[in-house]
Design a protein around this ligand. Structure first.
Ligand SMILES: [Zn+2]
Length: 489
């Protein structure tokens, strides 16, 4: 199998497409929010100790001095003023630091207005599955991993990576992840930490030691450990940055990087742009003529499978079975592509044969095994539905790219033209009762206005007689179908 990453970079957005054997399987979109300095690590210098506030000002090379509170100085901090760590006494700033000393700090809060950045000495380095904690000897597990057995497995595995450099927190994303991937993640973090320590020795104070990586890199980092053949990047600048970063920290990816200089947009390769478009639609066509309908609601996702054109009576059961099997691959792909998590209910076309059902289930499990997110398939329920779960990782593609439709407010339906016309007629009667007007003008969507003047013109005429006033209808192209205005003249 050939696996390729396509990285599309613009100043405001980075999109990464994972393509397997020419078919788009995953899309990651990251949009540039205002970039702060949270997460950056500095070699700072204590510029002033403020015993009254139990805090210190730290020069990190920025305009405004940063702020370090005594409670944010942890026991394993290096270069605290006290000679021995046993004497560490949380809380008393005068005993913890002294003016002029160097101290390694990480930003936890961006500077705001007149306030400088807020710092901690409790440095952490996150990656995809783990968070590295320098100086700690512990392994912690995210509370959101519920299975006791899985927690044990992860703890046991990751405990093997703890050394004099530090310990780890196991992130939720690590659930179900293999040893090799965890080990690569830990190796990456250790490499990163060693670089930071090297710089701390070499650099003068008030210098940055580590910067939270660029958007493009953060996305690519998530694929450390994945079997990739090629990573193509369409921005020269990002390519150069990625090249430097990967050579330094992720050498296993460096040789796979390529600069894409083609004339057509990179997402035209493998039809990626169109595939993303299709991944936002409800309907998914199957080659055999059948199709899926995928609906995402607050509580769950439902997938409905349908045979397409008329199928003969003779081999009906066989056709149904084949459509269901074909659907399993499409379902697995679209769950991944759309990044749908949580509960998923699949309504396969009814099958009589127990053997067919078993084989469809097996086919679904096979198709899901390529997914990096953990999935769990229960069998057919009494009503013939397949219930499954997929671990939620990021937000779904739809949530990242779309917002609620302003016209129907997410219902997916708008009132018919006829319903809106009757609503307008009722509104005129209501307004006429409440106010004293000489005549009325109705502003409505073109389709509604046409209907009022056409099919419903007799109703309008009757209404005019009923209220004894004239009603003018004006077509307003900017109106949505359900929108209208009744104006008194
Ligand atoms: Zn709508």
């Amino acid at each position: 199998m050939s696996v390729e990453l396509l990285v599309n970079v613009t100043p405001s957005e980075t999109r990464v497409a994972l393509v397997e054997n020419g078919l788009l399987q995953e899309v990651h979109v990251e949009r540039q929010a205002k970039r702060g300095i949270v997460g950056n690590i500095y070699k700072g210098k204590i510029s002033r100790v403020l015993p009254g506030m139990q805090a210190a000002f730290v020069d990190i090379g920025m305009d405004k001095a940063a702020f370090l509170h005594a409670s944010d100085i942890v026991p394993h901090t290096e270069c605290v003023a006290v000679k021995e760590k046993e004497q560490f006494q949380a809380g008393n700033i005068a005993e913890l630091v002294r003016q002029g000393q160097d101290i390694m700090v990480q930003v936890v809060k961006d500077p705001l207005g007149t306030k400088g950045a807020r710092l901690t000495t409790d440095i952490t380095l996150p990656s995809r599955y783990l968070v590295f904690m320098p100086g700690s000897a512990h392994v912690g597990v995210s509370q959101r991993i519920e299975s006791e057995a899985e927690r044990e497995r992860l703890k046991r595995t990751v405990a093997g990576y703890v050394d004099e450099l530090g310990g780890y927190i196991i992130r939720t994303a690590a659930e179900g992840v293999g040893e090799q991937e965890l080990e690569q993640d830990a190796a990456f973090l250790k490499r990163l930490w060693r670089k930071i320590l090297e710089r701390k020795q070499k650099y003068p104070p008030c210098k940055i030691l580590y910067e939270d990586p660029s958007l493009a890199f953060r996305v690519v980092r998530d694929f450390v450990g994945a079997e990739l053949d090629k990573i193509r990047v369409d921005s020269r600048q990002s390519f150069d940055q990625l090249k430097r970063f990967t050579e330094e920290y992720v050498p296993e990816l460096a040789g796979k990087l390529e600069y894409y200089s083609g004339e057509s947009p990179i997402f035209d390769l493998y039809d990626v742009e169109n595939e993303i478009q299709r991944a936002l639609e409800r309907k998914v066509e199957l080659k055999s003529g059948g199709y899926l309908i995928i609906d995402q609601t607050e509580a769950m996702t439902t997938v409905d499978i349908n045979t397409g054109a008329f199928v003969g009576h003779r081999n009906l059961e066989e056709t149904i079975f084949n459509t269901n099997v074909e659907a399993t691959a499409a379902i697995a792909r679209h769950l991944r592509l759309r990044n749908l998590g949580g509960i998923i209910i699949i309504d396969f076309i009814d099958m009589q044969s127990e053997d067919h059902r078993r084989r469809v289930l097996h086919s679904l499990e096979q198709a899901l095994s390529k997914d990096r997110a953990k999935t769990n398939v229960n069998g057919f329920s009494q009503l013939g539905l397949v219930e499954m779960t997929r671990k939620r990782t990021r937000e779904s593609l739809e949530h990242v790219l779309c917002s609620e439709c302003p016209e129907c407010k997410g219902r997916g339906r708008v009132k018919t033209v006829e319903s809106v016309c009757f609503e307008i007629l009722r509104e005129i009667i209501r307004v006429n009762r409440a106010y004293d007007a000489d005549q009325f003008t109705v502003y409505a969507a073109p389709a509604v206005a046409d209907y009022l003047r056409g099919e419903e013109s007799h109703s309008l005429a009757e209404l005019e007689v009923f209220i004894g006033k004239q009603v003018r209808v004006v077509s307003e192209p900017l109106c949505g179908q359900e929108q209208f205005d009744v104006v008194m003249m």
